[in-house]
Design a protein around this ligand. Sequence first.
Ligand code: ATP
Length: 401
Amino acid sequence: MLEVSDLSVAYGQHPALNGASLRVKRGEIVVILGANGAGKSTLLKAISGICEGRVSGSVTLEGEELVGLPPHRIVEAGVALVPEGRGVFGDLTVMENLLLGAYAERAREEEAGNLDRVLSLFPKLGERRGQQVRTMSGGEQQMVAIGRAMMSNPALLTLDEPSLGLSPLLSKELFQSLKAVRDTGIGILLVEQNARASLAIADRGYLLENTRIIHEDSAAKLRSDPAVQAAYLGGGKGAAKPAPMVAKPAAPRPSAPRPAAGPSPAQIAAAAMSGFQTNRAPRSEPAPKPQPVAERPRAPAPPPPPKPAAPPLPPRASAADAILGRSVADLVAKAAESSRARVGTGVTPRPAPRPAQQDRRPAQPMPDPRADSSDRLKSVLAEIEDAAARARAWRPDTHRK
Ligand SMILES: Nc1ncnc2c1ncn2[C@@H]1O[C@H](COP(=O)(O)OP(=O)(O)OP(=O)(O)O)[C@@H](O)[C@H]1O
């Protein structure tokens, strides 16, 4: 189903992925193991079309080439990403977050069925459908993130360190849920630092070291391989010792998806979903993402510049709309408002880079002017608002707020 061939990524002069080749079949869980900075997140971002670096090589899903496609087209092709840090909308309810995931064209006809499937896989989401996501536990928020990705009706679900910041108990629950997702026939590509738990549910695995895939095997063989045990499972007495895994600091780099020219509502929603973080008071498990003090004071985003009139959006009435009596366009508008409010109150949606990551970055700054995350954020906000305004203008009176 997914075939990655000779995929390479460079950030300026800095190679982050070198000639990676892998495959994921339907109903298969494949895990990528590797030390910090090996290129795991870069691999997932390149597959999803949101990589800031220069990408070459080939990624096909069911034979369709994805390299070069904008992110929303890749979602339409059947790839859903659960980004590191989840990227759920904390100000919206569980159901609102789920419905935002159904924005892809491929999801619309199947929306009611997808919602049923998500609610039967994660019954808690049904029970909590009206709860504001920021008030949920880290594990529950991760379920929302996975549920929302599944609402796009994907053939392939990719997840970037979903167990990061979760307690052992919640991680266990999460991995069991991924098994249940796999059993629905979806392929899963999983990047994880928790090698033990991920190999326990995976069918196959790849070792990614220093930008290159160095080994592939069944999960069972990887688990019993002394070198893998030494490097990733904290065991393997006397075994050869590849680069040891370092405990990962829990804050992502400040990159954000690139707003491409002429974004569609689906692309805007996808960009927004992977671009914003939730801000939640910690409960039982440790807060996954401390907010960096230096990034906090922010000026309110300026009003978006006037844009030329855009064509109206197509009509949309769905089973889920009927359930909630609201349209997804309304939800996008609400998401825009809540994101704007967060910027206005000085809460940064993108935390600062991990210190360990900063050290590895190339000495020369990237020439890309979009590297300023606050500019990117403002630009994404403006696009969301623009799409929401267009959507509201189009909807019949009965659907307006
Ligand atoms: N936007 C970027 N600009 C410049 N360099 C980057 C960027 N993103 C990642 N890198 C660099 O590319 C390399 C691979 O990073 P990547 O995030 O893919 O690693 P990783 O295996 O996911 O690590 P971790 O487990 O720490 O998240 C690192 O050296 C990193 O510093």
